[in-house]
Design a protein around this ligand. Structure first.
Ligand SMILES: NC(=O)C1=CN([C@@H]2O[C@H](COP(=O)(O)OP(=O)(O)OC[C@H]3O[C@@H](n4cnc5c(N)ncnc54)[C@H](OP(=O)(O)O)[C@@H]3O)[C@@H](O)[C@H]2O)C=CC1
Ligand SMILES: N[C@@H](CCO)C(=O)O
Length: 428
């Protein structure tokens, strides 16, 4: 058997401790599968005194995580701290500069600095792996980079943030308003330290950025993702959607068209009985479409100790076995700078707004839609007690540009109060 592969793990929170547990629990299995032992030599976190759910006594402790990158007894640095700057970035950069392979679960770091880090890794002949960064336990990076490498990818889409899916499905099942379910999710420990990363759609957009880079051979371009969060989705939207046989999902879509790379992470409506519509709780689903393979659907736990550590270990095992692949599936220097495209696909849209309840208000809204070239399919005004009337409009198929134009025109009508909620109706 070859020499053991030696891990230095930085970050001993949910994911880090999950990795420690797998290495300890499955030592023989890992050794048999890798053809060498997988051992932990050194660890680091913020607080050494913290009581953690694992025996860490056999490992060297580093107060500064960057020290792991300088140790002779570490072959692979496993970065599980998080954040797109600070110690996580310093550690990954130091590891690559010191000849260590890197495994990370850090989507924020790679979405922002993936290009530079990939170039550094490839120049040094090192692996930089990030399976756990996208859709937790689902091996979607491996599927795209390896299993589907013979395909021209057409489209990548899916639900990639378990917290948002939990909030949206719980609002429906319990009939609770957004604020109450948000507090529940917080108490359950689902939310990122900065909750806006989850509910603002940013975390999911980080993940989509990484998938798009692999699928389309493009430099990761997070700034080009059109992002809308779920913060403005009300229990009324959930109920109206249910009445229409639809569910709201925070849906990511990336596709390459003649206009460039389209990337969006926005709340959308999908049929209740579609695969995406059936996705409940914190589960993730990624749909991959290639020219030869057609459509593939991957579904599973997008977060949590076991699933995320499972993905980290998959990367560790590949490195232990000697598998070396370009970080984004092809050499980073060959990745192209695709222009950001904006979708022109025509879809039906759901528009919910509040109108001043006075003569001619509805006519002004209908006029704005007409001026923007948007045709109304169905319209309903809901019962209300004050001077503001909730109105729901379903449009015939139209483009996002036309909807944005109509919403801009609403602002000049003098009768629309607050900002309308606009959701595209997708096939699911
Ligand atoms: N949790 C999940 O389900 C998933 C997480 N991820 C990603 O995995 C990574 C880790 O997440 P998770 O385990 O949930 O995070 P946690 O908050 O549970 O753990 C973070 C760890 O990093 C340590 N840490 C924080 N700051 C420092 C610092 N300045 N120096 C040294 N150590 C530090 C903490 O130390 P201490 O314990 O002493 O405070 C803690 O052990 C993140 O990138 C996250 O986005 C990806 C997919 C799913
Ligand atoms: N906050 C993320 C964790 C997993 O990346 C989620 O809810 O999906």
């Amino acid at each position: 058997m070859s020499e053991p592969i030696r891990l230095g793990i930085a970050g001993l929170g949910t994911v880090g401790i999950g990795v420690v547990k797998i290495v300890q629990k499955h030592a023989d299995l890992l050794a048999a599968r890798a053809g060498r032992k997988v051992v932990i030599t050194a660890i680091s976190a913020r607080n050494r005194a913290k009581n953690r759910d694992a025996d860490l006594s056999a490992y060297e402790w580093a107060d500064d995580p960057v020290d792991l990158a300088r140790r002779d007894d570490v072959d692979v640095v496993v970065e599980l701290i998080g954040g797109d700057s600070g110690p996580a970035k310093a550690l990954v950069e130091a590891a690559l500069a010191n000849g260590k392979h890197v495994v990370t679960a850090n989507k924020a770091l790679l979405a922002h600095h993936g290009q530079a880090l990939a170039e550094a890794a490839e120049e040094a002949g090192l692996s930089l792996r990030f399976e756990a960064a996208v859709a937790g336990g689902i091996p979607v990076i491996k599927a795209l980079t390896e299993g589907l490498s013979g395909n021209v990818m057409r489209r990548v889409s899916g639900v990639m943030n378990g917290t948002c899916n939990y909030i949206l499905t719980r609002m429906e099942s319990a009939g609770l308003p957004y604020e109450v379910v948000f507090d529940e999710a917080d108490k359950l420990g689902f939310l990122e330290a900065d909750p806006n990363l989850d509910v603002g759609g940013i975390d999911a957009a980080h993940k989509l950025t990484l998938l798009a880079a692999i699928a389309f051979g493009t430099r990761p371009n997070f700034d080009a993702v059109m992002i809308e969060g779920i913060e403005r989705i009300s229990i009324d939207d959930i109920r109206h959607a249910a009445d229409l046989g639809l569910r709201i999902k925070l849906l990511g879509v990336a596709q390459m068209t003649g206009r460039g790379l389209e990337q969006s992470m926005t709340p959308c409506l999908v049929p209740v009985d579609s695969p995406l519509g059936q996705l409940m709780g914190g589960t993730n689903m990624v749909v991959l479409e290639g020219d030869s393979v057609g459509q593939i659907v991957l579904r599973g736990a997008g977060a949590g100790e076991g699933p995320t550590a499972s993905a980290v270990m998959g990367d560790v095992m590949d490195i232990a076995r000697g598998l070396r692949l370009p970080v984004f599936g092809q050499p980073a220097k060959q990745l192209i700078d695709a222009p950001a495209g904006r979708t022109t696909a025509a879809k039906a849209w759901y528009l919910r707004m509040s109108l001043m309840d006075r003569p001619g208000a509805l006519a002004k809204v209908a006029g704005a839609l007409g001026e923007a070239g948007v045709s109304i399919d169905r319209m309903r005004q809901y019962g209300h007690e004050d001077t503001s009337a909730p109105v729901l409009i379903i449009t015939h198929k139209t483009t996002r540009d036309a909807i944005d134009h109509a919403i801009a025109l609403f602002g000049h009508t003098g009768v629309v109060t607050g900002e309308p909620v606009a959701l595209a109706i997708e096939a699911g």
